[in-house]
Design a protein around this ligand. Structure first.
Ligand code: C5P
Length: 407
C-alpha cells in the first residue's frame, strides 16, 4: 500500500529520533518515497546527513531557506505528500499543532497539509500523562489526526518506566500503511456512528442516564473522517468537541437517536457505539414532580427501541456492515457472541468495563480501551490502546471489509 506513495516524515526533537532513521528504511522497504523534515531540536539528536543518506533525498530543515524555497516550498512539501508522519512527536510539537503554530518548517507543513497525519508521540511518562498533553491529544484526535503509541516500557532516563516510549518503526510503518489503505477504501463511502449516552427524561428537570462519555464513538467517527469517509455522527449528550469533518446530529433520547439514524441512512457501514438506555419512563411528567407529602412517585419504565437490532435486521437499506458494541462486566466473550446472534449484526466490539478490567482509571470515561472483535470468523483480542488507536484500527478493518475483493 505504500508503494508509489510519498511520505513526509517530520522528525521531532527527542531521543527517539534515532529510531526515525530506521523508520525511513522501513517505509522505503515498503515502496514509499520518503521526504524528511527535521526540526532544529531533532538535529541535536540525529543529523540531516544521516536522514538524507537513508532517504536518498535532500533533508529540509529551514522555513526560510532561499535555495529550498525556490525549488520546493513548504506548501509544495505538504501538497506533494500522500501522508505526513510526525515521529517522534514531542509534547511541545503536539501543543504547537493544536494551536496551529507555524514558526518553523515542521509547523508550516503541518498547517498546510490536507492529507492524513500520523503522530508517534515520545516523551517522559509524566509529560504524557500531564492534563495539558491529554487535552492536546483529545483535540488532535478530534481534528482527525491518527496516533500510534506511545508504548509502555523503560525510558531513556535511567530507572524510569511508564507510558511514553515511541512505537517501534515497524509498528509506525504498519500504521501508515493501514491509514492509507483505509483512505483508498473509504473514499466516497458513508459511515454512520452513534456515540454517547442517551438521556431519558423523568420530568422537565430529571432524567435517567449512564456513564458513557462518548470518547470511543467520537474517536471512531474522527478516524473514519480522517480516512476520507463521509461521516455522520449521531450522538447523545456528551462533553466532547465535534470531530472535524463530521456531520454531527445531537439527540437526547433513544427514540430521537433512532429517528436521526434512520434519517442518516443509507450508509455503507454503521457503528453503534452509543450506550442507549434500555428503558425510558413510561409517562414523562409534564411538570416537575413535587416532594409533597410522603408519597414517593413510582417510576414505571417501558422498553426503548433497539436501534442496532432494528437496523441490522432490515432487508432493503441495511448497511453492508453493521457493528455493535458490548460493554460487559463479566463473561465478556460469551455475552458478546450471544449478542452477535441476538442483534443480527456482523461484528461486536466487546469490552470489559468492570473495575477489574486492568485499564487504569476504568474504560467508561477513560482514554484507553481493550477490546475483542467478535464476528462469525471468530474472536480477535486487541491489546490495550488509546481509544483513538482502537478507532483507527476498527476503521482500518472496516475499510478492508468494504474494499472491493481483488481477484
Ligand atoms: O443490548 P445491549 O445494550 O448490551 O447492546 C449494546 C449494543 O446495542 C450497542 O452497540 C448499542 O449501541 C446498541 N443498542 C442500541 N439500541 C438500544 C440498546 C443498545 O442500538 N436500545
Amino acid at each position: 500500500m505504500l508503494a508509489g506513495k510519498t511520505v513526509l516524515l517530520i522528525i521531532g526533537g527527542g531521543i527517539a529520533a534515532y529510531k526515525s532513521l530506521d523508520l525511513i528504511r522501513r517505509l522505503k522497504e515498503r515502496g514509499a518515497r520518503v521526504r524528511v523534515v527535521m526540526t532544529e531540536a531533532a538535529q541535536k539528536f540525529v543529523t540531516p546527513l544521516a536522514a538524507g543518506a537513508l532517504s536518498h533525498e535532500p533533508v529540509f530543515t529551514e522555513l526560510f531557506d532561499r535555495a529550498a524555497e525556490q525549488d520546493i516550498g513548504h506548501i509544495r512539501l505538504a501538497r506533494e505528500a500522500d501522508l505526513v508522519i510526525v515521529a517522534p512527536a514531542t509534547a511541545d510539537r503536539m501543543a504547537r499543532m493544536v494551536a496551529g503554530i507555524a514558526d518553523d518548517l515542521a509547523g508550516a507543513v503541518l498547517l498546510a497539509a490536507r492529507v492524513p497525519v500520523l503522530v508517534a508521540p515520545a516523551m517522559n511518562p509524566a509529560m504524557w500523562t500531564h492534563p495539558a498533553t491529554a487535552r492536546n491529544v483529545a483535540v488532535l484526535t478530534g481534528d482527525g489526526v491518527a496516533f500510534v503509541g506511545p508504548k509502555a516500557g523503560a525510558m531513556a532516563e535511567r530507572g524510569e518506566e511508564g507510558i511514553g516510549r515511541m512505537a517501534e518503526p515497524t509498528e509506525i510503518a504498519a500504521a501508515a500503511e493501514a491509514l492509507l489503505a483505509a483512505g483508498s477504501a473509504l473514499a466516497g463511502r458513508h459511515v454512520l456512528v452513534t456515540s454517547g449516552p442517551t438521556h431519558e427524561p423523568i420530568d422537565p428537570v430529571r432524567y435517567i442516564a449512564n456513564r458513557s462519555s462518548g470518547k470511543q464513538g467520537h474517536a471512531i467517527a474522527a478516524a473514519a473522517a480522517a480516512a476520507g469517509a463521509r461521516v455522520t455522527l449521531v450522538c447523545g449528550p456528551v462533553n466532547l468537541p465535534d470531530p472535524a469533518g463530521v456531520a454531527v446530529r445531537r439527540v437526547e433520547t433513544a427514540r430521537e437517536m433512532l429517528a436521526a439514524v434512520e434519517a442518516a441512512l443509507p450508509a455503507d457501514a454503521a457503528i453503534f457505539a452509543a450506550a442507549v438506555a434500555d428503558w425510558r419512563v413510561a409517562s414523562q411528567a409534564g411538570q416537575k414532580l413535587k416532594k409533597d407529602g410522603n408519597a414517593i412517585p413510582p417510576l414505571m419504565l417501558t422498553e426503548n427501541p433497539d436501534i442496532l437490532a432494528g437496523i441490522a435486521r432490515r432487508g432493503a437499506g441495511r448497511p453492508r456492515l453493521v457493528i455493535g458494541f458490548a460493554a460487559e462486566t463479566q463473561n465478556v466473550i460469551e455475552h458478546a457472541t450471544a449478542k452477535l446472534a441476538r442483534k443480527g449484526c456482523d461484528w461486536i466490539v466487546a469490552n470489559d468495563v468492570s473495575q477489574e478490567s486492568g485499564i487504569a482509571g476504568g474504560v467508561m470515561g477513560g482514554d484507553r480501551n481493550e477490546v475483542h472483535l467478535v464476528s462469525a470468523a471468530g474472536v480477535e483480542h486487541w491489546p490495550a490502546a488509546s481509544k483513538a488507536e482502537v478507532g483507527h484500527r476498527l476503521i482500518a478493518r472496516i475499510a478492508e471489509a468494504l474494499a472491493p475483493q481483488e481477484n
